[in-house]
Design a protein around this ligand. Structure first.
Ligand code: PLP
Length: 438
């Protein structure tokens, strides 16, 4: 990007902090994607967030479409969440004993979600999914699980597995340090591929404990599935007495209060939550029918625990945030706003004949450098297209627009992004597209 491109923002203080961070943390970060490895420049160290805005250590201001990777559906630092957290924190940070706040958050969730009867809080999405898998295995007395290529379910051993070649394969680990024997319990198939799923069930008859899917796959681009495929997954699980796990760590409370289960009206056996549920504090959860949940310790034999599970301060943030989401009209307004934003960017790109598509659901959107009308599997994404994302990412930062530092990541719109902010962002995105496609 040469003429027309904006000058680089100062990253002096961020760069200094990054150098120091590298002396403390592997790669200078506490979670890998933050290291900006797939985009230009060094990571920005964030100092403050307010509404839809972020400020970095050098004082640069951005409209934020990363929103802490999803949790911040009300935007940064919303007064209602902050005030509730401060109020609860005044009584102490953690007791390792039950509090009324856990009941309150559970009641708010369960009474507004017809797909679940009981819930257990954890401290992260990874923990929630890991526990859901153990619950499925303990309930069915079977060991193998099926996952889909391109779905991310956190970093537990049996889920850091990707597909090898061929129609149905044993997974190969996608991280060092995972025993091959663990990966052998995970079968990986392509999304949107009924035949592969059928074959997996035939090949491992009566061995499949569960199929786990992100019903809204949003960790490898936004690979929106047809309802027909999700229903097929539901049906084949029923036919084979396997459990269906919806990993709703992103889609839960995002595409609607009842998440993707409600959006598609498909009843999963176990659902996992994270991100939004904790209002920006570390909370995850898994939920199911009362019967299945009765297998969890101390009622049943499936062990799962946590020193900080149901932490009162985190519960307070969840209660405050979900209370706002449960108000009538919340999702309609947010989703309409997102649809308008996505539509208008798409219209611009189409009018200019750019090979560029905006995929969207709820308040999630994803920019794809493609001319395909649908992208439903990981293999449908051309890795070479990520070069364009890299250019776009850098130019947008220079124009005060913050996206997650990878073209495989989706963007989020929060209730705090108002019309003026979105207009401002759109103008910058249009001009950036003109530069990227010049
Ligand atoms: N499942 C899904 C669908 C996710 O998107 C993520 C995180 O991005 C996880 C699980 C893991 O959650 P956490 O990062 O809170 O451990």
């Amino acid at each position: 990007l040469t003429s027309g491109a904006k000058p680089d923002i100062s990253r002096e203080k961020s760069a200094q902090l990054y150098e120091k961070a590298k002396t403390f943390f592997p790669g200078g970060v506490n979670s890998p994607v933050r290291a900006f490895k797939s985009v230009y420049g060094t990571p920005l160290f964030i100092e403050k967030g307010d509404g839809c805005y972020l400020w970095d250590a050098d004082g640069n201001q951005f409209i934020d479409f990363c929103c802490s990777w999803g949790p911040l559906i009300l935007g940064h630092n919303p007064a209602k969440v902050r005030e509730k957290v401060i109020e609860v924190m005044a009584n102490g940070m953690s007791f390792g004993a039950p509090t009324a706040l856990e009941n309150e958050l559970a009641e708010l969730i369960i009474s507004n979600n017809k797909y679940i009867e009981k819930i257990r809080f954890t401290s992260s999405g990874t923990e929630a999914v890991m526990s859901a898998i153990r619950l499925a295995r303990g309930t069915t007395k079977r060991d193998k699980i099926i996952k889909f290529e391109g779905c991310y379910h956190g970093h537990s051993d049996s889920l850091l597995v990707k597909a090898g070649s061929g129609l149905v394969t044993f997974g190969e680990t996608s991280s060092a340090g995972i025993p091959k024997s663990f990966a052998n319990e995970t079968i990986v198939v392509s999304l949107n591929d009924k035949e592969a799923l059928k074959k997996a069930f035939e090949d491992f008859k009566e061995q499949i404990a569960a199929v786990i899917i992100e019903p809204v796959p949003a960790n490898n681009g936004l690979l929106l599935q047809d309802k027909d495929f999700l229903q097929f997954v539901r049906d084949i699980c029923n036919e084979n007495c396997a459990l269906l796990i919806f990993d709703e760590v992103i889609s839960g409370f995002r595409v609607g209060f009842e998440g993707a289960a409600g959006y598609y009206d498909i009843q999963p056996d176990i659902v996992t939550y994270g991100k939004i549920i904790g209002g920006g504090l570390p909370v995850g959860a898994y939920a199911s029918s009362a019967a299945i949940m009765s297998n969890i310790s101390p009622e049943g034999g499936v062990y799962q625990a946590g020193t900080l599970s149901g932490n009162p301060v985190a519960m307070a943030a969840g209660i405050a945030q979900l209370t706002e989401l449960s108000k009538s009209g919340f999702y309609k307004e947010l989703n309409n706003k997102t649809q308008e934003f996505a539509d208008s960017i798409q219209r611009y790109a189409t009018a200019k004949n750019y090979k560029f598509k905006v995929f969207t659901i709820g308040s999630i959107f994803w920019f794809a450098f493609t001319d395909k009308d649908k992208i439903q599997t990981a293999e449908d994404i051309d890795p070479a297209s990520m070069e364009k994302f890299k250019m776009m990412h850098k130019e947008l930062l220079n124009r005060g627009i913050y996206f997650g530092p990878s073209g495989y990541e989706v963007g989020f719109i929060s209730a705090a992004h108002n019309k003026v902010d979105l207009e401002k962002a759109k103008r910058q995105i249009f001009e950036t597209l003109d530069l990227v496609f010049r």
